[in-house]
Write a protein that binds this ligand. Sequence first.
Ligand code: IYR
Length: 226
Amino acid sequence: MLTPAQYHPLDFERLTPEEQLAASRQFLAQMSQRRTVRDFSTEPVPFELIENAVAAAARAPSGANQQPWTFVVVGDSDLKRRIREAAEAEERESYAHRMSQEWLDALSHLGTDWHKPHLEDAPYLIIVFRQSYGLAADEAGAPVKVKHYYSEESVGIAVGFLLAALHLSGLATLTHTPSPMGFLCDLLERPPNERPFVLIPVGYPAADAQVPVISKKPLGEVLVVV
Ligand code: IYR
């Protein structure tokens, strides 16, 4: 069934040039402060910060506006422990046997290994699932698959919004992809159309948190003006 396009006037706040520049510089300065954190404090985080960040992420653009994402928030200690145990089992195997030497070499400057204490220490884990297809019901109520367009790109954009929102709320995050991530479907009892995309521990950094010394490419290397 084809739905005709319907429009209403755009709600757009036009800033003055000064406001634009100030906002642009402030956002750049704030995002420049973001670091991926692996040492988390167990200090609790107000749930509304998580809820608002997920709501902001869910405003992301998506292919055909299909919003092919589900954000599962885990705060329960027992479930976090089970996720840690399953993730560490996979990571132990990956670091020992599955990752190529080339991959291990590329990661060596980050100092990561199979130990994932942050999966229990961080007060919340947000597991983002990509809906590889949608599930609707036909007239008889039987499930039908709905094709999703650009779901990888869409979820990637939403995760970008999510990381920015959490950072601007004064929280630390880690983009973690234990590999393979199938155990998350089982532990979190997700429907068959959902694939784990990324697991994001969220919280305050530990008081003695350390981050690897890294640098970002200079603008001249990533920006091409033609
Ligand atoms: N998933 C592993 C390995 C790892 C892979 C990449 I690519 C990283 O940027 C960092 C780690 C882990 O989380 O340790």
